[in-house]
Design a protein around this ligand. Structure first.
Ligand code: HEM
Length: 483
């Protein structure tokens, strides 16, 4: 029986999905979990036959969903270490392989590529169409040279479970092996290193110091069960149908699926961010009966405290630690968690239902699967601005325009979302070049309807250094290229 993508809460060993999962790449339904990675961006230089044969050959190294599960089991039982590999192609990559156009993945953004700032995209909510070009407000002048070159594909290599130095050394060797296999067919455009950073509780953090990767759509029953440990799912259901992230692979057979990948290298200005938070905290304290500090101001920006606690969940007896089982039903006016905060902009948890009478299924269909990893220095308190530090943002989705682009454009960058005067996402909102964003409104007292709201402009501490849209095809498609 072939896979039904409307389903959720399935298991990897579900008999109906064995064919599909033997061909679906890993890291889609569940993160690969390794702490060290290399992203090897390449462009083809050979003829299309040679290009195809090389891809078919390295597809043997690509980790399927089933194999990822087996590797995880063997790691648990015998501490066996396995290299994890994903392979993805840009639309230009499909062209270089000589694939007929009707077999290209059809997403409009994928076909245009991220460097294209002229193709218009429909980024307004359904039924209100007004296509806009450059919906992300990207500025190619800020991009690193590597991303400005032609990128045909990327191989993601990841290792974990061993000593960091050993993992790094082994990954270097794997990159060299990959590069050697490409001779005469493709050249490495550049290699991006990534590494997970952790706090003292071993939770994953990003460079501003906040716990990251907490809230993600869940496809597997076992993962949903894990949420139970963090307070259950009575107030937020993280489960999502497979078609949030899986699409039929146009180059494969009935059981071949793939996903669209958004890759963005986002540099973080750690010193600038915390200096500005100090000023925000002082401004709020001057207008508030209580003193607030930069950590609290940071939670207003992110929507969560550094330890992951949602800011909307403050009780009389201190901060709760519910992690993901929350919504904004008790905070309909954004007095606890500001509407503009990053976590609320990117997952409004019912705000669009309250504000626009929009069906909850539409809001939920915008969700993306985040599989990013940090890059650069591990110094979280540098004394210089714009150090080599940031996030290699990777999101997976079934539709780049309706999910990632919609989220960044219509929610994060939109000063009128979810209400007029909300302001942009202070963390990742990207303003149009030469148009300074308006100030956001910040509550001076937590949850108090009579408290003053202070205008304060907070933005510009994350810069896009480049990126690309990819498709991560089925193994069946990759293997068929040898024919
Ligand atoms: C350097 C850039 C970024 C940083 C530092 C960052 C940081 C964070 C943090 C700390 C959280 C809260 C913890 C969690 O739920 O995982 C979060 C959540 C999230 N972020 Fe980001 N993020 C960045 C970029 C982005 C971008 C570009 C998007 C998409 C446009 C995005 C989408 C999301 C989503 C969907 C959530 C989960 C919200 C929820 O379900 O509650 N992030 N991010």
């Amino acid at each position: 029986m072939s896979a039904n993508l409307n389903q959720t809460n399935i298991e990897i060993d579900d008999p109906n999905f064995q064919q599909a999962f033997s061909q679906l790449q890993g890291n889609i339904l569940k993160g690969h979990g390794r702490d060290h990675s290399r992203h090897v961006f390449f462009s083809f230089v050979g003829d299309s036959t040679a290009n195809r044969q090389w891809l078919a050959q390295i597809s043997n190294q690509v980790t399927s969903t089933l194999e990822q599960q087996n590797q995880q089991q063997r790691f648990k039982e015998k501490n066996e270490i396995h290299l994890f590999t994903n392979l993805m192609l840009s639309c230009h990559g499909y062209k270089q392989l000589g694939i007929e156009q009707e077999k290209w993945p059809s997403d409009k953004a994928f076909q245009a590529g991220m460097k294209d700032l002229t193709t218009p995209f429909d980024t307004l909510p359904r039924g209100d169409h007004n296509p806009t070009a450059n919906p992300l407000n990207d500025d190619l002048e800020q991009w690193e040279n590597g991303f400005l070159r032609q990128i045909d594909g990327m191989v993601l290599l990841a290792l974990g479970g061993i000593d960091s130095a050993q993992a790094e050394q082994q990954l270097e060797q794997e990159v060299q092996k990959l590069q050697a296999s490409m001779a005469g067919v493709a050249e490495v455009v550049f290699v991006q290193k990534g590494h997970v950073m952790r706090n003292d509780k071993q939770q994953v953090i990003e460079h501003f110091g906040f716990v990251d990767g907490v809230s993600n759509p869940k496809f597997l029953f076992s993962e949903l069960n894990e949420e139970f440990k963090n307070g259950g799912y009575s107030r937020n259901d993280p489960s999502a149908p497979l078609n949030t992230v899986m699409v039929p692979d146009p180059g494969g057979n009935a059981d071949s699926f793939g996903t669209y990948v958004v890759y963005r290298k986002l540099q973080q200005n750690i010193k600038g961010f915390w200096d500005r938070l100090d000023i925000l905290a002082n401004t709020l304290s001057e207008n508030s009966p209580t003193n607030v500090d930069a950590e609290y101001a940071g939670a207003l920006c992110v929507g969560r405290f550094k330890d992951g606690t949602p800011i909307s969940e403050q009780g009389n007896d201190g901060w709760s630690n519910l992690f993901n089982n929350f919504n904004y039903d008790d905070d309909a006016d954004g007095l606890k968690c500001p509407f503009h905060s990053h976590a609320r902009k990117t997952n409004p948890r019912g705000d669009t239902v309250r504000q626009f009478n929009s069906p909850p299924t539409i809001e939920r269909s915008r969700r993306i699967v985040r599989r990013g990893i940090s890059f650069g220095s591990t110094d979280l308190a540098p004394n210089k601005e714009w150090t080599d530090a940031g996030l290699l943002f990777i999101s997976l989705q079934a539709d780049i325009v309706d999910q990632f682009i919609f989220m960044q454009n219509t929610w994060c960058n939109n000063e009128g979302f979810v209400r007029q005067g909300t302001g942009m996402d202070p963390l990742v909102g990207q303003a149009k070049k030469g148009q300074p964003p308006a100030a956001q409104k910040w509550p001076t007292s937590w949850g108090s309807p009579n408290a003053e709201q202070v205008d304060f402009s907070f933005s510009g501490f994350v810069k896009t250094l480049g990126g690309e849209y990819f498709f991560m095809p089925s193994l069946q498609f990759l293997r068929s290229l040898s024919a």
